[in-house]
Design a protein around this ligand. Structure first.
Ligand code: SD4
Length: 290
């Protein structure tokens, strides 16, 4: 039996799933709910991996990546976007107001301003301090599960049974200027097909991009795998192909049209937030390594 609506998000972002869940409960579309849900984390200054307050690249630029997909298969994305607090909303404008899917950098910023978004300094005093501290050693070592990983990917299933998704991030802390991760790449950090379900990824974006993880999960579900089986297979692709898989995290959450949820990751420590049957919970994910 379908128990709509449902919202799931990477990590324990229950404020985001609560927001999306409240929207869904009052009849909002999956698309509106998913956008409002991830916006909670974009505005959260304590989250140093998403939106305002996100960690900068090694040169001190805060550059944001985000994408959104709607039940009709439409998609929008922005990459290397500076000075806009809600990149997911710009991605939605790209989807709805242009014939394109992805806008990058200066062009994306100009488009956002044209659409009425306001420029804002996103480098908080705190992230500037941490960045300056990092500059003393310039050691680039993504730390498993900790500050480098807090990207929000979210999937919503509304009361009509339609599915929408979004993913938004400031990427890996102290990345090389110009680096774009998996989060804004349709098929990598996010993919959905309203006939089947959707998937979102978080962790080392390079590994997710190389396996086109979210697309893979949706296609596996199409072939009959459960969300859990599909997430496990996608993580195992990375485990089998990347000799250094123990050095980074990759995590996926998937949701099918029945409202079934699955999740899998390389390292223990990942959990996902869920709004289900009116309740919001944190759910530890199964992992390949203990
Ligand atoms: C990236 N996947 O840019 C993102 C990072 C991430 O939690 O998930 N952080 O590679």
């Amino acid at each position: 039996i379908n128990k709509y609506p449902v919202a799931v998000a990477t990590w324990n972002f229950q404020n985001a799933t609560k927001m999306a869940g409240a929207e869904l409960a009052r009849g909002a579309t999956a698309l509106d709910a998913v956008e409002k849900g991830v916006m909670v984390e974009e505005a959260n200054l304590k989250n140093t991996t998403v939106g305002n307050g996100g960690a900068p690249d090694r040169d001190g630029n805060v550059t944001l990546d985000a994408c959104i997909m709607s039940p009709d298969g439409n998609a929008g994305s922005v990459v290397y976007l500076k000075e806009i607090e809600h990149p997911v909303s710009v991605a939605r404008k790209v989807m709805e107001e242009t014939p394109h899917v992805m806008l990058a950098g200066e062009g994306a910023l100009q488009f956002a301003i044209h659409q009425g978004f306001k420029r804002k300094n996103l480098l908080t005093e705190e992230s500037e301090k941490s960045w300056k501290k990092w500059l003393e050693h310039k050691e680039y070592k993504p730390i498993i599960n900790i500050e480098n990983h807090d990207t929000i990917g979210m999937l919503c299933l509304d009361s009509k049974g339609d599915i929408a998704g979004a993913c938004t991030t400031s990427g890996l802390s102290y990345k090389i200027n110009g680096r774009v991760g998996d989060s804004p790449i349709i098929g990598a950090g996010l993919f959905l097909d309203n006939e089947v379900g959707g998937a979102v990824g978080t962790g080392m974006g390079e590994a997710i991009m190389k396996s086109v993880g979210s697309f893979l999960i949706v296609e596996l579900m199409r072939q009959g795998k459960s969300p859990q089986e599909a997430c496990e297979e996608a993580v195992m692709r990375t485990v089998r192909t990347a000799p250094n898989y123990k050095d980074f995290q990759v995590a996926y959450v998937a949701l099918n049209k029945k409202g079934e949820i699955g999740s899998y990751c390389i390292h223990k420590g990942f959990s996902y937030a869920k709004f289900y049957e009116g309740e919001s919970t944190d759910n530890p994910s199964k992992s390949y390594l203990d």
